[in-house]
Design a protein around this ligand. Structure first.
Ligand SMILES: Cc1cc2nc3c(=O)[nH]c(=O)nc-3n(C[C@H](O)[C@H](O)[C@H](O)COP(=O)(O)OP(=O)(O)OC[C@H]3O[C@@H](n4cnc5c(N)ncnc54)[C@H](O)[C@@H]3O)c2cc1C
Length: 307
């Protein structure tokens, strides 16, 4: 970005843009170099204008949720990262009682509280996933045999030219840990359908899932959750990525500050002072060894950004 572009963006955003912002503060891995510019979008009108400007000027941009599925490289990111806040992170009841509209930037924890308080059931499996609603939809987040797409009725996006659109469930394509969408689309609002239950029943289900997470995941260390996708095939006949990494004898393997968790081998944790390069090198080693010893190619689930 040149000075003119930076000044224009400052004006358009009312000074709400920060330059050279360290990404390690915004990712659950707590690693990553600076992004050229970070902007907290708070309303749809300004978001549309800024996206239009960035597209016209050819300035790269991306949207950041909680950074809980991201590995940002040590030399940072060019362009603008956008956080969705304010009205773009609000949660509201839909036209029918069984519907909820959640802003792309809403923390999943807020959506869990909303469901718990109203006794609305169907999304409990997301309890404990540290992301945002937009991040969960973009990643088709899932756990305990369920995926978020199963509960989606419609999505609202902003397209690269700044145009808002709405798409129904039948117009959307999801696959394992992925929403298929054009580069540069931002999910601004998500409509989910839920079932009526009681606050107690919803709360009990969430507690059960949270308890299992605590028992099976190394939540005491910074991470981005499961690093690799489970290989395709029925879970009963194909071991998950964690089991394969364990079979290859890689539990506890370290490179610099990165370590394959002893508790859950598909988590590479930041054991203290890790760099993105340490984590990437350990990922490469894991892929190489699993391929060499077991003949299976592991595909990363986490998204790697930056340079
Ligand atoms: C301890 C731990 C446990 C986890 N457990 C699970 C689990 O059980 N199941 C699971 O699926 N994941 C899990 N994860 C991974 C992660 O939390 C999820 O993928 C989560 O949904 C990512 O949300 P986020 O807001 O952090 O997205 P980010 O990491 O910020 O972004 C991920 C991707 O989504 C895109 N994105 C984010 N917001 C939007 C938006 N509004 N519009 C368009 N694109 C967007 C980003 O550009 C990026 O490409 C876990 C992570 C941790 C740290």
């Amino acid at each position: 970005m040149d000075i003119r572009q930076k000044e224009t963006l400052e004006q358009m955003t009312g000074g709400g843009i920060r330059f050279h912002y360290p990404m390690h503060r915004l990712t659950t891995y707590q690693v990553g170099g600076p992004v050229e510019a970070l902007w907290e979008a708070r309303d749809l009108e300004t978001l549309k204008k800024v996206i239009r400007y960035l597209s016209l000027e050819g300035i790269p941009y991306g949207v950041l949720g909680r950074g809980s599925n991201l590995l940002v490289k040590d030399n940072g990111i060019d362009g603008v990262m956008i956080l969705l806040k304010g009205s773009l992170a609000a949660i509201k009841e839909g036209a029918e009682e069984s519907l909820v509209w959640a802003g792309g930037g809403a923390p999943l924890a807020d959506l869990m509280n909303w469901c718990r308080q109203r006794g609305m059931s169907g999304l409990e499996f997301l309890a404990g996933i540290p992301g945002t609603v937009g991040g969960a939809v973009a990643m088709n987040a899932g756990a305990f045999g369920q995926e978020v797409n199963e509960r989606i009725k419609a999505l609202q996006f902003v397209l690269p030219g700044g145009t808002p659109v709405e798409r129904n469930r039948s117009e959307l394509k999801f696959s394992y840990r992925r929403l298929h969408m054009e580069e540069g689309r931002l999910v601004t609002n998500v409509c989910c359908f839920l079932d009526r239950a009681t606050p107690e029943a919803v709360s009990e289900k969430m507690s059960g899932f949270l308890k299992t997470r605590k028992q099976t995941q190394p939540l005491e260390y910074p991470s981005a959750g499961s690093v690799f996708k489970n290989p395709p095939g029925a879970p009963a006949s194909t071991p998950g990525a964690g089991r394969l990494i364990e079979k290859a004898g890689l539990k506890g393997k370290k490179i610099g500050g990165a370590m394959v968790s002893e508790k859950h081998a598909n988590f590479i944790v930041n054991n203290g002072g890790a760099t993105a390069a340490d984590i990437l090198m350990l990922m490469d080693l894991v892929r190489f060894e699993v391929k060499r010893m077991l003949g299976i190619d592991l595909e990363p689930e986490i998204r790697v950004l930056g340079k």
